[in-house]
Design a protein around this ligand. Structure first.
Ligand SMILES: Nc1ncnc2c1ncn2[C@@H]1O[C@H](COP(=O)(O)OP(=O)(O)OP(=O)(O)O)[C@@H](O)[C@H]1O
Ligand SMILES: [Mg+2]
Length: 486
């Protein structure tokens, strides 16, 4: 409550002259000492009660220690420490996952919280993320910290009126100030954000080709690894995928990763791959495989024919499904069709023949707008994500942005503000062992880009896949007919 201004707030500093201009001074209120003590006492008590309620395990440990000490003095405490240590060792080897979840992660998280808390106020102050309050500076509150193997996630309660964008703009300040390689800002519930502080690049080492799944799940095909150590599982059924990256950024490892993960379903006739390879460099390697279980086209006019045939087949299927079923289930008669297009710009922007460009673009637009419900998925790769090159970019719900040349291209691919939220595509290393296949995935359901790396499907892996699943046709000798058997 603001007190009315009274005349005794004016002071004549070192001057008894009544005509001198008066100087305004803040009033000094004298709060009774006992009141201050009482407030501080209740505040500490409240903090203590909250602490006890929030840390039941610690309460248990302290109670047990005190109880044992009272009952058995020092020998009891030594026995208790020995038993606890043995139990922890047993847990570590018997259930490593439990040990990690209940011991290692909480201990590391607490330790990291302490380290961040020490620097928190000063870093936020220098970064300009504190707000001047009436009587004190308001600092966003550092909440729970969860330590991961390579990155820590911390919840932050914003000062009223602050926005996540303010933090995203200062991500560099936060990363350097808190001793991390980079900092990504994730949106949380209203009034809260999650900061992801990357301490170590978990994706710096190439990942060998993933094992071929025995029963591919078309909604989660394993093609690599996410930064948090989980498997990167891409969905194809019911969506389309666009992959953009500068030359040598590793787009091929996504295309081949998907083919590899689909192989058993392809061989079973549940999935067909229609490969379009205008550059003749990427998919030509698996030509026997595609020709045996799908089709392969390289010349722009052939590709336009293939895509238009796909549109007709898709519309036929849609006509048959209309009013009968709304979802597609792959069967050998109605397989799931993956239209794989490498270097889509060679078809939609660069060919001199305008007619081919228009036919290809029209067919791709129809497949991407109508295909997902009837079992058609388009997976396209390109180097340059600008609208002039592919103006149907937004018809692809899921996107992967690999190394890109300009900072603004991350937003073009993954949506406005993606770079601010941590999709630093322009900072991915151009050294293939470190950066090829590294990128940011944005799926339809989640606006936050996730850092991922595709496993490297080498030429030898592709050769082995082709040799195993589409061996060169051997000439089977026709048994000689016995005379008269005809
Ligand atoms: N996932 C990966 N992990 C490690 N290295 C990779 C990976 N993917 C590709 N590479 C390496 O990077 C090189 C370039 O990869 P790739 O040909 O797939 O790039 P690209 O994006 O298709 O390039 P372009 O646009 O020129 O076709 C490969 O020869 C390979 O050595
Ligand atoms: Mg390529």
């Amino acid at each position: 409550m603001r007190l009315p201004l009274r005349s005794d707030y004016y002071a004549q500093v070192d001057n008894g002259d009544p005509f001198a201009p008066p100087v305004w001074r803040s009033p000094v209120y004298r709060t009774p000492e006992c009141l201050i003590m009482a407030v501080q006492f209740f505040r500490t008590l409240w903090w203590l009660i909250r602490f006890i309620i929030r840390h039941p395990l610690l309460d248990l440990a302290v109670t047990a220690t005190v109880f044992v000490y009272l009952k058995a003095s020092w020998p009891g405490l030594v026995a208790l420490a020995g038993t606890s240590g043995t139990l922890l060792v047993v847990l570590r080897f018997w259930r490593p996952a439990w040990f990690r979840r209940f011991v290692t992660v909480p201990a590391w998280s607490r330790w990291r919280w302490l380290r961040y808390r020490i620097r928190w106020n000063s870093v936020l102050d220098v970064a300009g993320l504190t707000e001047p309050g009436r009587s004190r500076v308001l600092v966003p509150i550092l909440g729970k910290v969860t330590a991961g193997p390579c990155a820590d996630r911390m919840t932050v309660r914003l000062v009223g009126g602050q926005s996540p964008q303010g933090f995203a703009d200062k991500a560099d300040h936060l990363a350097h100030g808190l001793g991390a390689l980079s900092c990504r800002v994730r949106t949380g519930p209203p009034g809260r954000i999650v900061l992801e502080l990357v301490r170590r690049d978990a994706l710096a080492i190439p990942i060998p080709a993933m094992p071929i799944p025995s029963q591919p799940d078309l909604r989660a095909l394993p093609v690599g690894r996410c930064e948090d150590g989980t498997v990167l599982a891409l969905r194809l059924h019911g969506t389309h995928l666009l992959i953009a990256g500068a030359t040598g950024s590793g787009k091929g490892s996504y295309l081949w990763g998907l083919v590899r993960a689909l192989l058993p379903a392809i061989v079973a006739g549940l999935v067909r791959i229609h490969a379009c390879d205008p550059k003749l460099m990427e998919l030509a390697f698996g030509r026997p495989l595609f020709e045996r279980y799908g089709c392969y086209a390289a010349a722009p006019s052939q590709i336009a024919d293939l895509l238009e045939a796909d549109v007709t087949a898709m519309q036929d299927r849609a006509g048959r499904y209309a009013g009968r079923q709304r979802e597609h289930t792959p069967t050998p008669d109605e397989p799931f069709v993956v239209v794989l297009v490498d270097e889509v710009a060679f078809l939609t922007a660069y060919p001199p023949d305008r007619k081919i460009r228009e036919r290809t673009l029209g067919a791709l637009a129809t497949l991407t707008t109508q295909g997902r419900a009837v079992g058609y998925s388009v997976v396209a790769a390109l180097q340059d994500p600008r609208k002039e090159v592919l103006n149907i970019r937004n018809l692809f719900p899921d996107k992967v942005a690999l190394r890109l040349d300009e900072p603004t291209q991350a937003d073009l691919m993954l949506g406005d503000g993606a770079r601010d939220r941590g999709a630093l595509c322009d900072q991915i290393s151009s050294h293939p062992p470190t950066g090829a296949g590294v990128g940011y995935l944005r799926v339809e359901a989640d606006p936050d880009p996730v850092r991922v790396r595709a496993a490297f499907v080498s030429d030898d892996d592709i050769r082995a896949m082709t040799a195993e699943y589409a061996p060169a046709r051997r000439v089977v000798p026709v048994p000689a007919l016995e005379s008269g058997a005809a």
